[in-house]
Design a protein around this ligand. Structure first.
Ligand code: ZN
Length: 155
């Protein structure tokens, strides 16, 4: 399975890829050099909107993909077309959109008191991040992502 390192301007794409189950690091404070080094070592594909960074990747034999659009749907389409990335609607392998760690399915009893009462009442399936503890359920955010995937015809 492809693993990624999204450059600073691609935070939304990084969150999407995590949500779709792809192990994706995001460059916020790290230097470009550090991103290239990590990507080379972990065999990650650098995603960047900078031609300069993509050229650096080529020089260092780091796999990369030049992203030319700001539209999240088309960004996913690019990944699908170029890398044949499989994009399926979650929750199968969803990773935490905040910290990139794996989610574990929880039953209702385990998450009582950790989320708003209304949410608890109206949903049956919950997942919790194994690292930061963030709780996920199939709510409006999830539906919005589904819609983007459907509209870009990548799912
Ligand atoms: Zn997390």
């Amino acid at each position: 399975m492809n693993r990624f390192y999204a450059d600073a301007m691609l935070g939304k794409l990084a969150r999407f890829l995590r949500f779709l189950g792809y192990d994706t690091l995001y460059r916020s404070e790290e230097s470009v050099e550090k991103m290239l080094e990590t990507s080379f070592e972990n065999n990650r594909i650098v995603l960047s909107k900078s031609k300069d960074i993509v050229n650096k990747c080529n020089k260092l034999s780091v796999k990369s993909l030049f992203i030319t659009t700001n539209d999240i749907g088309y960004q996913l389409k690019t990944l699908k077309d170029v890398l044949h990335l499989e994009i399926s609607v979650p929750p199968l392998n969803t990773r935490c959109s905040m910290c990139n760690n794996e989610l574990i399915e929880k039953n209702k009893q385990e998450i009582i008191g950790l989320i708003p009462k209304g949410t608890e009442r109206h949903h049956d399936r919950f997942w919790q991040c194994s690292s930061c503890g963030k709780i996920y359920w199939i709510g409006s955010h999830w539906k919005a992502i589904e819609k983007i995937i459907t509209e870009a015809e990548v799912g």
